[in-house]
Design a protein around this ligand. Sequence first.
Ligand code: AMP
Ligand code: ZN
Length: 473
Amino acid sequence: MYIYNSATRKKELFTPHTEGKVKMYTCGPTVYHYAHIGNLRTYIMEDVLEKYLRFSGYDVKRVMNITDVGHLTSDGDTGDDKMVKGAKREHKTVMEIAQFYTDAFFDDCRKLNIKTPDVVEPATHCIDEFIKVISSLMEKGYAYEAGGNIYFDTSKLDKYYIFNDFSEEDLAVGVREGVEADDNKRNKADFVLWFTKSKFDDQELKWDSPWGIGYPGWHIECSCISMKHLGEYLDLHCGGIDNQFPHHTNEIAQSEAFLGHEWCKYWFHVHHLNTDTGKMSKSSGEFLTVSLLQEKGYDPLVYRFFCLQSHYRKNLMFSWENLDNAADAYKKLTERVMKVLGGKGGTVDTAKYDELKKGFTDALDGDMNTAQAITSLYDILKSDADDATKYKLIDDIDTVLSIGLIPAAEKLAAAKGNTENDELPAEVTELLEQRKAARKEKNFALADELRSKITALGYIVEETRQGTVVRKA
Ligand code: AMP
Ligand code: ZN
């Protein structure tokens, strides 16, 4: 498999440290609010990557952190603590907020067929590990105490910037924009490993440490949680593109200073989901959640399909029109899959299976080209293979893409069976047409009114993944 490695800025043949085994780490959510569908784009693409590695025969161990302490409103060391801010907003404790939004995150993942990583570790469970690594960095001279906080000294490294060509000057601009300059830092790029209460007094969760009562910085958690569960050599580290700097840059600095050798070989970054007003973000106020998509009548798996239609290294533009187009394409694909359902359990033509599977593996082996992987599904369905072979291919490939094709096709077939015997009265057909137009214009109030009229005539209207289905009540 070839994969683009952000650290070398090249597509490279993926060769893990130990043959056949992959140690994979993913930056998890900061659980102060719901995940927006931009965050979830990143988790969907990482999920496909993990599942494809397994599909290719690797034994994968994947670890993810839950950030429940230490992430400030800037990704550097300025601003308020996001968790404390969330708790104040909802008049709850930080731990209540963390539990609530962790559960909400995994609910969204379930709806999107995103597998839970093998290990999920909240940062607040690993305070001892953070203290151990920070103490070692102090001993080795990579960290210093100033104004009550412990900082990593970036001037001690031969190379600090990994993913981009930032300079001290760029950082100075950042500091100007962020208003707050931290006079304790010896170098502009230095970052906090441990805060003491001298910096943020309203922090709810604090722990004793050799440097006073306080709490960890954000970056140290990912290094420590990864090393705790995956050891000294990490194969693959994932996250959204905004994590490259400063988060991942700082993770590399402190991990390699601690270990004394290279830490992680491949860095996989997913580009952003944007709207016409820019990057989708929680700080900008309005953001879209999976529940909101559902309220508007979209199946979450249509959103997953929408994400897979684009390459992970390109920004993806979200609009309702684009999502509607994905919904139409998904419906057409499901209708085609429905035609091969009869092939379930039949004898598979293995030569044909291998030949057609290659279209799919070539796509994902070429730096995770998921759009091409979807095209390979159409190629399979159009091919001269028999239905048993087609069915098996779709079923197997969907263990990676996870867009629920077979269940959706089965549901569609069942719904068709229900309606085929009943000719719809002209009046119902007319109301359905009007309702379709109302939904297209996003006039949901009118659409609901028309649905009530259809119900009054003795018919049930259902929105399914395959579109609107009508049956006798
Ligand atoms: P957070 O919960 O803020 O720590 O972010 C969780 C993940 O979502 C991180 O890997 C981010 O890099 C990623 N992310 C944040 N915003 C977006 C976006 N608009 N599109 C895609 N991924 C994003
Ligand atoms: Zn991280």
